[in-house]
Design a binder for this molecule. Sequence first.
Ligand code: NAP
Length: 280
Amino acid sequence: MRTQKFGTNGPDVSVIGQGTWYLDRGDRKAAVAALHRGIDLGMTHIDTAEMYGDAELVIADAIAGLPREKLFLVSKVLPSNASRRGTITACERSLKRLRTDHLDCYLLHWRGSYPIEETVAAFDELVAAGKIRSWGVSNFDADDLGEMLAIAGKGKIACNQVLYHLQERAIEHAVIPWCEQHGVAVVAYSPFGHNDFPSSRSKAGAMLQAIADAHEASARQVALAFLTRAPSMFAIPKASSAVHAAENAGAGNLKLSDSEIAALDKAFPRGPKPRSLPML
Ligand code: NAP
């Protein structure tokens, strides 16, 4: 599994991680086994949120007994809890549910109505207390990131987690360039389009499949390799079976050629810059 530096000051983190939204809805044993298999294969970056029902509890079962320093655990505070005190209480709740003493990164899930100064002050307090190692944001457009940077100062925002898949490339217009300029990791969520992965019966899907065949890989592995083609980019697919997790981990060593990247760029066009950042 390829790893790369997570933001300016972060550790090396697996380029392919594991999402956990809806992971609590199906067979819990299978979900724990999926996370386990993924971790075994190097997908040690695990993404969750207080919003994801019991996902934090499923993760706690999956990581019980594993060396904590090998994992990169991320959770998120809901905007409705992101006041100075609310952020701290929400983080402590997540730590308890995950049965761990710290998060590697803690994110504001999306921008809400609490002043971001308050959330930043809480994040700084959590860092000082050793409860989080770093913090970041999610669903922030370039102008929101600029505001956050002005408040927090350089080198503080570890990542921006954003919607990014072959059929939704809006972040390429302004968000990725901003993040690369300021040393902020870009984490692609819903990298398979949530539940809308291109069919090989479509023209673009057939091209994706042809590239996959050339690498003896799967179309999903090629999609993940495309989304993590730059040193700033990570992806967090969610899988509820060990078979799916293993397939996704296989993307961690797949390198596409420049001509394959150009072909995918053409088959799945970026499109014009939307007025606001798309999110799920
Ligand atoms: P996703 O990862 O794009 O897609 C998940 C779907 O793909 C599931 O139906 C899953 O099926 C299927 N899948 C996964 N691996 C597969 C494989 N190898 N072969 C066939 N199917 C496969 O969707 P997502 O869950 O929306 O996004 C990923 C993660 O990003 C979330 O879980 C969450 O952690 C994060 N996220 C963050 C935000 C935010 O606002 N920050 C928003 C959305 C998502 P199975 O479950 O059956 O394996």
